[in-house]
Design a protein around this ligand. Structure first.
Ligand SMILES: NC(=O)c1ccc[n+]([C@@H]2O[C@H](COP(=O)([O-])OP(=O)(O)OC[C@H]3O[C@@H](n4cnc5c(N)ncnc54)[C@H](O)[C@@H]3O)[C@@H](O)[C@H]2O)c1
Length: 268
């Protein structure tokens, strides 16, 4: 009988934002692939219950990513519990102000979005590097978005924060490659997690979550497939694994080509 090879055997991963959505899916896939995972979030009840369901290779820790000390402690906790940190997945994020125009954008809200979506990832990379550099190995993954690639798909603060993540990844990859540490990001297209549902609820004034989920899925058609959290999680498993040992500074876009092309509307 053939057995499917584990892609992350024995690897230790810290995943932020793991109580919900994409990172919850990633925690599940990482464990299925043989990793030990420290799930970090601010939704403690949910996070603990997910870690519990995932079994002995999952642990939950409270970590507000806007607090550098809490990120530092989460990294230290991973090392204390499992002996090292192989993968840091900076995923926690918020949708931001939802200001519909630049004139509506309150700069305090802009700062808050940058704090949660960008500053947190700077701290995540900093503290993961602190423990990875002595090992001269590691994989750091950050979550960006297709809204960073094409304008007009989200409120400015959110889109700008995600564009900054791509810049951060390239800048830090350039330094950390000298230590055998890879830094990459993943840019998912829209998928109906709590974050996206909240976005459309507020943006369009619609309350029906089922309708919003359907609408989100239909924003881009790819024959036979829809963008699911598990697709993004698979991309993360790849970047975390040794299969990606020569990939760094990359933005892996999970959008079935949405940001790659425009079709010419030619009819005979
Ligand atoms: N869903 C989409 O359409 C989509 C598309 C592209 C990128 N993204 C990005 O994916 C990432 C995950 O979002 P999601 O869609 O899974 O949404 P989600 O709301 O399901 O998950 C986000 C998680 O981040 C946590 N979080 C928020 N603020 C935090 C903080 N200060 N400290 C710790 N944890 C915090 C939340 O509690 C939640 O569990 C985000 O960075 C988001 O910007 C989402």
């Amino acid at each position: 009988m053939s057995r499917i090879a584990l892609k992350l055997p024995g690897k230790v991963a810290l995943i932020t934002g793991a109580a919900s959505g994409i990172d919850k899916a990633a925690a599940i896939k990482f464990i299925e692939n043989g990793a030990k995972v420290l799930l970090a979030d601010v939704q403690d009840h949910l996070g603990k219950s997910i870690a519990n369901d995932l079994g002995p290779n999952a642990t939950y820790i409270h970590c507000n990513v806007t607090n550098e000390q809490e990120i530092s402690s989460a990294v230290d906790h991973a090392v204390a519990q499992y002996g090292r940190l192989d993968v840091m997945y900076n995923n926690a994020g918020i949708v931001g102000t939802l200001a519909p125009t630049i004139l509506d954008l309150e700069l305090q809200g802009f700062d808050r979005t940058m704090e949660v979506n960008v500053r947190s990832m700077v701290a995540g990379i900093k503290h993961a590097s602190r423990v990875m550099i002595p090992c001269q190995a590691g994989s750091i993954i950050c979550t960006a978005s297709t809204t960073a690639i094409l304008g007009g798909m989200a409120n400015h603060d959110y889109a700008v924060s995600k564009a900054a993540v791509i810049g951060l990844v390239k800048s830090t990859a350039a330094e950390l490659n000298q230590h055998g540490i890879r830094v990459n990001c993943i840019s998912p297209h829209a998928l109906p997690t709590q974050l996206a549902v909240n976005f459309f609820k507020k943006y369009l004034g619609i309350d029906d979550e089922k309708m919003i989920a359907e609408m989100t899925h239909n924003m881009w058609e790819f024959k036979g497939a829809r963008c699911e959290a598990a697709d993004v999680a698979e991309a993360a498993v790849f970047l975390a694994s040794d299969d990606a040992k020569y990939i760094s500074g990359h933005n892996l876009v999970v959008d079935a080509g949405f940001t790659c092309f425009k079709r010419l509307n030619i009819t005979p």
